[in-house]
Design a protein around this ligand. Structure first.
Ligand code: N01
Length: 492
């Protein structure tokens, strides 16, 4: 688009006040905060419904391995959770219910994919895939880190003649009953689907490249009686949430500092591995790195599933894929009808395709050597731009719901601050962001994530994009924006 066309388009464009990209959990929370504050906003969502990751992922066995009472908004308790770790569909319905309650559907443009946003003429010009140009004073990226599917680079992948799909694009029309099913990948996703698939498959094979530590936490069902009491006495739900929150926030210290919780995590995983009866299988499942270095997998049914007669664990490495199935490095063809790619996400392709800040510098250019933020939420050189669950958010430490609630409150504080400085835009000072990055790098050295493993936590620059401090430290740093670390520039 030429400069002249752009100017003509921006003057005609609708101004939405604040543009939030994505109607997943974070986008909805941001919308609620802005709505409660009486501020104009639109949520721009590429799909036709809300729920983000919980809308996209529908694979068998999908659940959240953070307890449901904690994986819920603090201001929207739900007494009706069916399980300690409720199924994905139930979580999606919960967020659909929240969106409905706050009448957020009136504030969402569905089916609008944002490809490009740039700061110009004191605000953001946002280009949608359908050709529409939107103007906004504030731009909030709520796209999250786990939405771009990672398709494995395996020779012959497209030659497979059976049914093949990524775990986040489950083909529910594909018959599974009595089929020979293969699963590539043994992260949280691959592990969760194994037990349900084993109940329908004639043969089920998991192709494991790197062994995973598995921490055993059972998933119990809440009885109707328990739910009735939680409905009657909301304090019971609040208490359950409080207990899980305390437990998770404390235990998560184990990933950022050595000590009691790290030892407990390791002990739990190692003891659980010893429950595998077959010594050969047990050794195949034994990782050669510290528990917690990769994102911990939680399951009590994975090992028993692998011990079933018709379930196999292949660790020999995949050589190539051909029409009939997967060929491992020993030359053996594993014939398959269905192949599931539980191969995760491109977790380091942050945000939308193109975000351009001051002086025509794009986010990708600014992050050529790895993501650089100020407290995960803002970036120097990008006025009135905010990220929810951006790089170095504590997604490997605490409930992501708590992360979003905290960051959205912080963002609103920044936006409201501008009421006192009309005509200005806010962004962090470069030296404040550099100071934050330096401390981050220093603290990262004590974390479990740098003890020698490969994982999606670690970016291409070799640095984990997680929060290297404890949960209380997150809340301390994010309690209120420290406005001396920000600059207010003319936005007119
Ligand atoms: O993805 P992953 P995921 N050849 O990246 C393998 C969240 N989540 O979808 O370890 C062969 O963890 C790869 O092997 P390796 C949670 O945060 C939450 O499972 O790289 N294998 C690995 O085994 C989680 O961490 C819940 O050697 C290949 C797997 O694919 C995150 O989502 C539930 C390969 C990818 O594992 C991602 O989990 C589910 C190749 N070419 C997910 N390429 C909750 O309950 C990749 N792999 C909240």
């Amino acid at each position: 688009m030429g400069q002249g066309d752009r100017q003509a388009n921006t003057s005609e464009a609708r101004n939405v006040g604040t543009a939030i990209i994505g109607a997943g959990m974070s986008g909805l929370v941001m919308g609620i905060r802005l709505k409660n504050a009486g501020r104009p906003f639109r949520i721009l969502e590429k799909a036709q419904s809300v729920g983000g990751t919980w809308r996209e992922n529908t694979y068998p066995g999908l659940a959240c391995d953070v307890p449901s009472f904690f994986y819920a908004l603090s201001f929207e308790p739900n007494p009706d959770w069916s399980h300690r770790f409720s199924p994905g569909r139930e979580i999606c319905e919960y967020f659909e219910g929240v969106a409905k309650k706050y009448r957020l559907h009136d504030d969402i443009d569905f089916g609008i994919e944002i490809t490009d946003a740039r700061f110009e003429d004191g605000g953001w010009t946002i280009q949608a895939g359908n050709g529409e140009v939107i103007r906004a004073d504030f731009l909030i990226d709520a796209t999250g880190p786990l939405h771009i599917k990672n398709y494995p680079q395996i020779e012959g992948l497209d030659d497979f003649e059976g049914t093949m799909f990524h775990s986040a694009a489950w083909d529910h029309s594909a018959p599974l009953e009595g089929k020979r099913i293969g699963v590539i990948g043994n992260g949280s996703t691959g592990v969760q689907m194994m037990a349900p698939l084993s109940k329908v498959a004639s043969e089920l094979t998991m192709f494991q490249r790197t062994a995973q530590w598995v921490y055993p936490i059972g998933n119990r069902t809440y009885t109707e009686r328990e739910r009735k009491w939680t409905r009657r006495l909301p304090v019971l739900g609040a208490l359950t949430r409080f207990v899980y929150r305390q437990l998770f926030n404390r235990a998560s210290a184990g990933v950022v500092e050595d000590g009691f919780w790290r030892k407990q995590m390791a002990k739990g995983c190692r003891e659980h591995l010893e429950t595998v009866k077959d010594p050969e299988l047990r050794e195949k499942l034994r990782p050669d790195y510290e528990p917690g270095c990769k994102r911990l997998v939680m399951s009590t049914d994975f090992y028993p599933t692998l011990e079933k007669e018709h379930v196999h664990l292949e660790t020999g490495g995949i050589d190539h894929i051909e029409a009939g199935g997967v060929v491992t490095e020993d030359g053996k063809l594993h014939e398959l009808d269905v192949l599931v790619l539980a191969t995760g996400f491109s977790a380091h392709e942050w945000g939308i395709a193109n975000v351009v800040g001051l002086n025509g510098i794009g986010q990708k250019e600014a992050w050529a050597e790895g993501p650089r933020t100020y407290r995960s939420v803002t970036m120097p050189g990008f006025p009135n731009f905010f990220m929810i669950v951006g790089p170095n958010s504590p997604i490997g430490n605490i409930s992501i719901i708590e992360v979003s609630e905290t960051q959205t409150r912080y963002i609103l504080d920044c936006i409201e601050r501008l009421d006192q400085s009309p005509g200005k835009a806010i962004m962090p000072r470069r030296e404040a962001a550099e100071r934050f990055q330096a401390k981050l790098g220093e603290a990262m050295k004590d974390t479990i994530w740098v003890t020698g493993c490969s994982s999606w936590y670690v970016g291409p620059d070799g640095a984990p994009t997680l929060w290297p401090w404890t949960a209380p430290e997150f809340h301390r740093q994010m309690k209120k924006p420290d406005f001396v670390d920000f600059e207010f520039i003319d936005a007119v």
